[in-house]
Structure formats: C-alpha cells, structure tokens
Design a protein around this ligand. Structure first.
Ligand SMILES: [Zn+2]
Ligand SMILES: [Zn+2]
Length: 1013
C-alpha cells in the first residue's frame, strides 16, 4: 500500500479547491464565447435595480446578490474612519461577439464612520467615471454604503458594496461586476457572541464579523470578503500526552490488566483535578465571557466527570474481586489480539467504556434500567468498543454455564451499515472462538447471525420454493447469499458458499486448508438457522423486530426455545406447525425432541444494542418504542430477565427524554465531555486537518448548474493530471508515486442529496452536462439501489480498476450511505443543499476524510431560510455542529401508532406465552377458541399485560388504554363469532395483521405532540 503524507494531501486539496474557486468566478479566463453571466457562479454582483425587479425581496438578493458586504460591532476604541477598497472586473462583448474581460478596477475610499444612526453612500460618481474612461460604458457603476445600526449594544457598522448600474440590457455589457471584492482597513471591532445555549461554556461563542452574501476573512483590524467560506475540522487525538505512556495493548491487558487500568484511572483523576477545579472554571469564565449561569452549568458538569471516575473505579474493583470477570476480560483481550487487525491496542476511551460497563455483567437487574450511550466522533472506534463488551459478556456467559443462546442482538437502522459491520463482528467472534477452544471453555461455538429485514437473506430455504424463493436444488443459489468477503478465521479471500442438504444449512465454508475454522463457518444468515442455532451475537436491522408478531420461532432470541432436536446438527425446536410437525425446523425431520440443554432462564439475552439511536424518530421511533416494550415484557415474562440496552448516538440533544420514550429507561452517556469541547481527556483536537468544509452559495445560476460546473472541473483536473497535461509534480513538489496516490484517493466524487428528486436530477444531468475526456462512470448508493448493486459498487470503490478511466468517478448517494460506510477512497463530497437535520449533516459528511484529509462543498439552497441562516454562521455551524442538532421528534403516545402495533402486542403473547402453556398449538381460530373457552386466556388479564408492557399511565393515557380494551373486545368477539369465516387468529385483529417490518409506516408522516429538547 502506497503511503502519502497528510501535508501533501492538504496541499493537493487546497489546490483543487482553489482551482474550483478560480473557475467558478472566471479568474482563469479573459475571453469567452458565451455570456459570462451564465458561466460563472461566484464573485458576481448584479445591478440592484434588476434584482429588485425580480420581486423576490430578500430571497432575490440571496439568489442573485446586488451587493456584498461586512457587518461588525464597533469597539470602544475610537476610530474615526475606515479605509474601504472595492475591486471588480467587467466583461465586454466586442464586435465579433467575443466577450473580453477588462483589467481589474480598484477604488479606494477613506470613509468617516457616521455618527448616530446615519447612512452614507459614497463613490458612485468616481466609479462611474472610472468605468467610463476605461470602457466607454455610461451606465455601469457601483457605490459603497455605510450604515450605523444603533439598535443593539454596542453599535454595529454595516459596509456594503452595491452594484448601481442601470437595469436595462446593454449592447455590449451585462452590467454585472465580476470577481468582486471588498476590503476594509482600520476596522476596530469587537466580537459578536452567539446566543448562549445549554452547554455554552464548552464552546467559543465569539464571531468577529459577518459577511453579507459572502464570507469574510478577518485579521486584527483588517476584513476582506471572500467567495468561499472554509472551515477546517481537526482529527481527534485519542492518545494525548497524559495518556501516552499507559499500556492499553490487547496483549498487555490479556496478561495483567489491573495495573494498566489503574494507571488509566489515575491519569484521568490527575487530569480532572486540574481541568475541573473551581479555580480553573473561574479562569475560563473570565477568558470566555461566561455568565453566572454558564459557570453554574460548568460546575454541575464537573459532577458528571466525578460520576464517570466512580464507574471506572468500580469496574477496576470488579476485575480485582471477581475471578470470572477478570478471566473474561483477559480472554476478550486475547481475542482482540487474534483479530488480525492493523491495530493492537485500545484507545483509552474504549477501555474507559469497558471498565465503566463491567458492572452490567454482574448487576444485571439494576443495570438493565439504564441505557448506556457511546457518544463519540464518528470513526472513533465505537464498534470495537461494543465488541469488547459483548465478547467479555460472551465469555462470562460461557463461564457461568450459559452454553448456548444469544448474548447480544445488535441492531442497525439501515441495511448497508450491517453489511460492512458484519465482517467486523464476524472477525471478532471468530477470534473469540479460537480462544474459547484453546482454553477448553465448554459450550457451543461462538457464532454470528445475520438477521435482516430486507430481501437480502432468506427467512428459510423451502423444500418446494415459489418464484423468487431460494431453491435448494439450484447449484448457484448459495452464491447469491455470500455475505462475508473474507474468512473471519484466516482473513483470506477463500470463502465458498454451499448448501448442506443433510443439515439443511446454507453455509459459508472456508476452503483454505490451513484455516483454523474447520468446516462450515459459525455464521448464519437464514432466519430459520438463527432460530435453530441461536448465535452468540446477532447483527441485523432494527425493523426485524417486527418478526415478533409473526414468527413463533423467534422465541429463542428473546426467551427460550421449546426443546432440542435429537437429530444431530438440527438445533433447537419450536412450536409444532404443519410444515414442522415435531417442531424441528429441518424439513421432514421426524426425530424426537429432547429437553433444552440448559436452564430456560439462561436463554434471555444480556444485551440489545442499537446503533444510531438518533435515527429512531418520527413514526419509526414511535413504532419501535412499542416493539421495544414488547421485547422487554416477553423476555421478562419468559426468563425473568431484562436485556441491557447499549447504544450509540450522533447527537445528545434531548437524549434523556428520547431514551425515556423509546425504552422507558434512564440514559447515561460515555464519555462525559471536557470543559472545553476540543480538549477532553478521552479525546482532544489534534492539529491535523481531517476535513475541510466549504460553503458555496451559487450566484445567479441554479444549484444543479453550479454542481455540474464543479464536478466537471474536478474531473477535468484529475484527467489532465493522469494524462500529464498538468505538471502537478512541479506545481506542488510531488513525486510520481504521490500523484498516483492522490489520483487514487481524490479521483472519485460523492454527490450527496437529501431528496431522491435532487439525486435523480443530478444523475440525469451527469449523463448530459458533464463533458470530460472519456466516460464518466457513475453509480448510486441510495435506498432504491438493489442490494447486489450496492455490494458491487462498494467493491469497486474499495478495489478500484488500475486505469483511472475505468474507475467509478461519481457516486450519487443519499442518507443510506451516511451510516457506517468506511471507504478510505471517498474524500470529496458535494452536498446538494444543507440536510434538514444537523445530525444528518454531521453523519453524512463524516463519510469523507476518514483516513486522508477530505473536503466537502456544501452547496447552499440559499433561497431557503434555513440554508441562508447556516450560510451566515457557517464556521460556527461546522465547529460546533453538535450544538445545532435539533431535538428528536418522537412520542409513544400516539393512537395512530398503537393501531399499527396492537396486533403484534396481542398476538405475540399468544404465540410466545400461551401456546407453550397449551398442550396443543394455537394456530387456528378453532383451537384458540377452545383455549379461551377453557379459561386459559383471560381477556382483562391480557389487556392488563399489554397496558403494563407499554407502561401506560391511567391518567394521561386514557385514550390508548381504551383503544387496547376495545381492540381486545372485538378480537374476542370475532373469535367467538359463530358465523365468522376466520381461520387464523391474526385475521381476528380489527386493525389488520401485525406489521411485517417496522418500516411499514409512512416514514414521513408527522407525529404531533412529541417534540423534545
Ligand atoms: Zn479461513
Ligand atoms: Zn430435527
């Protein structure tokens, strides 16, 4: 693998960005055949009259500005005048209809700062005259306006550079000022303070000056307007000085963890004593202009730090006192060492998290009341953090006698995430399996199940498949379901797919003869196999929870199966069905059932994990809230245990309320933040640029047009470098090897759209508008993209063709790729408008610049108020994005949602609770009727259970409670209706069948009443 320094990458991306800027305003041209107003989208100022005639008001001035300017607060220091310079070019058409650019016009004015509330306009005549002398044009001019705004404290000065040309079209000029710029000298100013929000003490709220229709660069008393707003984001440093000498290697922790963990804790305490001391907080208060309230908030935050110290310290005590915890922790580290990853050590925060959460293994009852959220910069390694805890729990389970069954079910909101994460999970479990075997720990193999709700994997392999179902007799069928690229045991590309007819298993088999896996990999992707073998860890999509209302075999995941098949390799058995007369899910099996191999209560899983919790909002969140309750109540009723919930979130806005609504639990976050947001203990900002954010507000052209221009420019530049038409080695002092690498990592552009419509328009435009040498190869990664296409696109990105011209050049993507896609080769993104939520903005842009520095052009839909607002404070928006995150809209008190979930809430109790109690199955109306007549199911008791499982409150939830009662009433009435034609219990539901996926709800249907902060 070729390496390249960060410095060279930065030099290169700065060059790319400046080339785009230059071409966007036309600084690289002095002659054109086309009308320049349609070619350039930066640096233009249109005639004020013309913009006014558009009749769009403020919006018009944002879409096609007639001025640029600067706003700043006057400082106490007395300055009588400012020095203002305005500069621009004009384009003039000659007799051959060729447009030519004039020399630069530059006008300088010494302007008295107006006293109280006055306005000054200056320079119109001088500029008019200057232009006329050089060009003969008589109606092109501009002026400087200075306004003093005395409404606030202190007074604000607004300096604008306005195009005052006539609005008519002229024979040989368009009246537009190009490459316009305004600079101000001697602008003695003081900063604005962003409004104080909760948590403000952590952030620098100062803004030196605001741009008007542009951005500003400020240095001391000098201010200049710029066309692009650029804000850098720095790479987090997880291993700063206070942590450098602490050995947190997998090896070290697998041998003697105690001392190492203790030194981590003492470093944390030492750091905290310094950073969170009262003296220090008072010092900050002075330095950053904290109010008393902010100081108070900071002092409270110090307690959160102290709590975290306690939890870690408690974890260390457990290691010391509990032999099995110690052993599990060591074995987990040994497994990580086995992972074959290119790192061999934990980041300190990961160990902090592990220690803080060890208690959840021993004190299950009280820990289950808390949801622990990992909140960390994307890419910080949270997946491995979870895995560390899950593996520790898996070993601990085995050592405590849980010899089979599910330890953790890890759920992701989107399918693409699962794909990439699956390999990482598989690798971790394989590593742990090797260690389990070496240490002769009894029980089933550690295994992984892939449990997804889309059409990606089959629910079962039917003996007689219908159209579209997997055919066991089709030799090629297994290949359609190859989900692991590499063998998790030997990490080689040696996986073959196979269908094992004898055991009725779809198998990933490693054909490497040296591989320690031996036989089929413990990796299950067919739902039925997951129920039969109950993998140690299940990964999948959230919507799969819907199965609970439909599938009696899911009982093994949340509770316990019914028994175990006598036939070797068949696994657990469930309720008898016509297809499975003895309850074994292997077709045609006639073997007897034997008792479960371990105590029923041990089957309850220890953890449910939820990645990207912030995405569980609106209808999806509301529906899931009910299903979470259902999972909890069934697990508790069957096994007397509750799962602990672990999650990650990109945002902490209103998280306590959000977690309460979703899970009916309290929330706790790890890690707590430092006093200043960029200097925490667990991570601090390094000086390495990770990502550059560049705000663009295209002037006088459509956003799509500007995007076409940018893509064209970027693609032409790379092609010219590949073809050696640009001597980039010379320009940037690079070697040929550097250039190859740069072409590799900056040759593919991502266009990110928030709506499908935007993306489709872009796709069409890419096909027709981008004129570059050779083909422009494009691919899509959206919710609409077929699964196999996603896989092949990911593969092409990861392993690009050798010839640049054959590679993928442009990827159009939607929020589907904003989660968990780690592709080092994607480093340039063009974003079509600011996404509706800040968390989507943060997540999606985090897809570029993961390993190498990247950049994002944020194209503002400047006509929209929200985009315009963000454009004005773009630097702070990037720097402090977390604070701009909106609260998550969610409620569980929706009758409309209950209408969708009630069938599952009621019917799942029949298949999970009642059927196992009955001697017979309860699959038909006749049988269920008899069961009810025998007084084995009591209507009011069932209603009570459902109300309790949702934790409804008789005072606030009266309408929901009455809906549940009514539903059950009709259900029983239907059941007893002698004239009814119902055959199956689910048909008795007055609200229809249980949902097949949690996404059955219209995603965008607004839910009222639940906005939280
Ligand atoms: Zn292998
Ligand atoms: Zn069997």
């Amino acid at each position: 693998m070729m390496m390249i320094s960060e410095e060279k990458c930065l030099k290169f991306i700065d060059w790319l960005v400046s080339e785009v800027e230059v071409s966007g305003k036309g600084a690289d041209l002095d002659q054109l055949e086309n009308d320049p107003s349609g070619v350039f989208y930066l640096g233009k100022i249109s005639p004020e009259e013309r913009v006014a005639l558009m009749g769009l008001g403020d919006r018009g001035d944002r879409l096609e500005p007639c001025s640029i300017g600067v706003r700043f607060l006057l400082s106490d220091e007395i300055s009588k005048s400012i020095n203002v310079e305005a500069s621009f070019h004009l384009w003039i058409k000659n007799e051959e209809k060729i447009w030519k650019k004039t020399d630069l016009f530059k006008f300088n004015f010494e302007i008295q700062i107006p006293s109280y509330k006055n306005s000054i306009s200056i320079g119109n005549e001088k500029i008019l005259k200057g232009i006329k002398e050089k060009t003969g044009l008589e109606n092109v001019s501009a002026e400087i306006r200075v306004d003093r705004n005395t409404l606030g404290e202190p007074d604000e000065l607004i300096v604008t550079f306005v195009n005052c040309s006539d609005s008519e079209i002229y024979a040989n000029s368009d009246g537009i000022l190009y490459e316009s710029k305004l600079t101000i000298n001697n602008a003695t100013h003081k900063p604005y303070y962003l409004e104080a929000l909760p948590d403000s003490f952590r952030y620098d709220r100062r803004i030196e000056a605001y741009g008007i229709n542009c951005s500003v660069y400020v240095k001391n008393k000098y201010i200049e307007t710029t066309d692009l707003t650029i804000q850098d984001k720095y790479r987090p440093d997880f291993q700063h000085d206070a942590l450098k000498d602490i050995d947190l290697s997998f090896k070290g922790l697998s041998e003697a963890p105690l001392e190492k963990c203790k030194s981590l804790l003492s470093a944390y305490k030492k750091w905290g004593d310094k950073k969170w001391s009262d003296d220090k907080l008072h010092e900050y208060a002075g330095q950053y202009g904290w109010s008393d309230i902010m100081l108070e908030e900071a002092k409270n935050a110090a307690h959160e730090y102290e709590e975290e110290v306690k939890r870690i310290s408690n974890g260390i005590d457990l290691l010391q006192k509990n032999e099995l915890i110690m052993k599990s922790f060591k074995l987990m580290n040994e497994s990580m060492l086995n992972l074959g990853a290119n790192y061999n050590s934990w980041r300190p925060f990961q160990v902090g998290f592990l220690l803080a959460n060890l208690n959840s293994l021993v004190d299950k009852e009280s820990e289950a009341n808390l949801v622990d959220i990992v909140w960390f910069a994307t890419g910080g390694g949270k997946t491995e953090t979870y895995l560390g805890l899950i593996l520790t729990a898996a070993f601990f389970d085995r050592l405590k006698g849980k010899i089979t069954g599910v330890t953790a079910w890890s759920r992701f909101p989107l399918r693409m995430l699962s794909l990439q994460q699956t390999q990482r999970f598989a690798n971790a479990l394989a590593a742990a399996e090797i260690i389990r075997k070496e240490n002769k720990i009894s029980g089933a193999k550690f295994s992984l199940g892939f449990y997804v709700g889309s059409n990606a994997t089959p629910n079962s392999i039917p003996v007689e498949p219908r159209h579209g179902q997997p055919d066991p007799d089709d030799e090629n069928m297994p290949n359609n379901y190859k989900l692991l690229q590499y063998c998790p045991f030997c990490h080689k590309d040696t996986i073959k797919m196979d269908f094992n007819r004898i055991l009725w298993k779809l198998e990933h088999v490693c054909v490497n003869t040296e591989c320690p896996s031996q036989g089929a990999l413990p990796f299950y992707i067919v739902d039925d196999e997951i129920y039969r073998f109950l993998p140690t860890v299940i990964v999948g999509t959230l919507d799969k929870a819907a199965v609970i209302g439909l599938q009696s075999s899911m009982r093994g995941i949340i509770g316990s199966p019914h028994g175990f098949c006598e036939a070797n390799g068949h696994g657990h058995t469930y309720a008898k069905r016509s297809r499975f007369p003895n309850g074994c899910l292997v077709p045609g099996c006639k073997a007897d059932k034997k008792p479960l191999p371990m105590d029923e209560n041990l089957y309850g899983m220890s953890f449910r994990l939820q990645d990207e919790i912030h995405l569980l909002k609106d209808s999806l969140g509301a529906v899931d809230a009910h299903y979470e309750s259902l999972l909890d109540s069934l697990q508790f009723e069957i096994t007397n245990t509750r799962a602990k919930i672990l999650g990650s979130s990109a945002t902490l806005a209103g998280y306590e309320k959000h977690i309460d609504i979703l899970y009916k639990r309290e929330a706790r976050v790890f890690p707590t933040q430092g006093v200043k947001i960029d200097e925490g203990f667990w991570s601090t900002d390094s000086s390495q640029v990770m990502r550059k954010y560049i705000a663009i507000s295209p002037r006088g052209v459509t956003l799509e047009y500007a995007v076409d221009k940018i893509i064209t420019k970027l693609q032409i530049l790379i092609r010219e470098i590949v073809d050696k038409k640009i001597n980039i080695e010379g320009i940037l002092e690079l070697t040929q090897e550097d250039v190859d690498k740069l072409v590799d990592i900056y040759g593919t552009n991502v266009i990110y759209g928030n709506t499908l419509r935007d993306l489709e328009a872009t796709m069409r435009s890419l096909e027709t508008q981008i004129l570059v040498k050779g083909e422009l190869n494009t691919a899509s990664l959206t919710g609409q993209t077929a699964f196999d296409e996603v896989i092949s696109t990911l593969k092409r990105i990861e392993e690009p063709e050798i010839d640049y011209y054959e590679r993928l050049h442009v990827i159009t993507a939607s929020s589907m790729m904003s989660h968990g896609v780690d592709l080092d080769r994607l480093n340039i993104m063009i974003m079509l408008g600011v996404p509706l939520t800040t968390s989507e903005f943060i997540q999606s842009t985090a897809r570029v610049g993961r390993k190498y520095p990247g950049f994002v052009f944020v194209m503002h839909k400047i006509g929209r108020e929200r985009d315009a607002g963000i454009y004005r404070s773009f630097n702070k928006f990037i720097e402090q994005g977390d604070r701009f995150v909106e609260p998550i809209p969610i409620t569980r008190r929706s009758r409309r949602v209950l209408e969708r979930t009630i069938a599952a809430l009621a019917l799942s109790r029949i298949i999970f609770i009642h059927e196992p109690k009955s001697e017979d199955n309860l699959t038909t109306v006749l049988k269920l009727r008899k069961y009810v007549l025998d007084e084995k199911l009591d209507e009011s008791e069932e209603v009570e259970k459902i109300i309790n499982s949702l934790e409804l409150d008789i005072n606030i939830d009266a309408s929901l409670i009455s809906d549940i009662k009514n539903w059950y009433n009709i259900f029983i009435r239907n059941l007893n209706d002698p004239t009814g034609t119902f055959r199956f219990p689910s048909e008795l539901s007055p609200t229809g069948q249980p949902m097949r996926s949690l996404r059955d709800v219209e995603e965008n249907a607004p839910i009222i009443g639940g906005l939280i902060k």
